[in-house]
Design a protein around this ligand. Sequence first.
Ligand code: GRG
Ligand code: ZN
Length: 313
Amino acid sequence: MGELMVEKHVKFILAVEKRKDDFESVVMEHLRLNGAYWGLTTLDIMGKLAAVEQDEVISWVMQCQHESGGFGGNIGHDPHVLYTLSAIQVLALFDKIHVLDIDKVSSYIAALQNEDGSFSGDIWGEVDTRFSYIAILSLALMHQLDKVDVGKAVKYILSCKNVDGGFGCTPGAESHAGQIFCCVAALAITGSLHHVDKDLLGWWLCERQVKSGGLNGRPEKLPDVCYSWWVLSSLIMIDRVHWIDKGKLVKFILDCQDKENGGISDRPDDAVDVFHTYFGVAGLSLLEYPGIKPIDPAYALPVDIVNRVILGR
Ligand code: GRG
Ligand code: ZN
């Protein structure tokens, strides 16, 4: 089945970080801060973060901040809670959270909580359990969870729970692995996992594994490497990861590598991108693949970083 081509993936990620003018970069420009988080976290768990110009990255991240306190996806872009999280995560990787005006950034996020406990992604108001996770994780990384009503936030997430044990983006919406990850991780961070029926949800999640060993995000859908993150991290958080065939999933991920030019795709022989490269390598980290640093399934950051930021050690 081959092995993880670490050096090739490092080269691929560094090239993506540098390429600013080609087609992919133009299309993805608004996602750059988010892409930087995926790329840099992948480098870090492969032990290669030192390959990037830290000062350059931090200076660019800080230029993405808006006067409201939130961050945009690139310099001059409108702020959104997703890019604000990416900024905090990138700074955490470099042990530089202290460069932030914590009060300003956390106030921006806290103001996005709605009366029912849900969170909007930005001032335009779209509500989604993704934003509950993003807000809770951002505030937790800054030790500012007391700025919001955590009880109401948890209550809203639980109102998005379905009879199949999964979670959707809003109350009544279909269960989807990405949304399940967000809700389970938010519950884990707030110490509320006892509200989850672990056997029922674990059953739904382990049924995501298909013949090839890959995981899909919903019944009848195609497998995709990104669910090696969304599904696997959820299974780990509820202690049911032994319900899937880990060896077959490792093989599926390794089969999605571009062995010549580096990078990982959503499924074998598709085009690679930096997101699926993260999902593949982070999935292997969750599967305890040798030589890869452990990543925390709820905080989506390397375990050593979480220990430093959250536990202060
Ligand atoms: C820090 C890990 C971390 C996350 C930040 C962005 C985010 C928070 C969470 C996104 C969660 C989510 C909804 C993921 C799913 C993304 C995805 C692959 C959607 C595709 O859905 P469909 O229905 O594709 O288009 P399928 O696979 O069902 O065919
Ligand atoms: Zn995908």
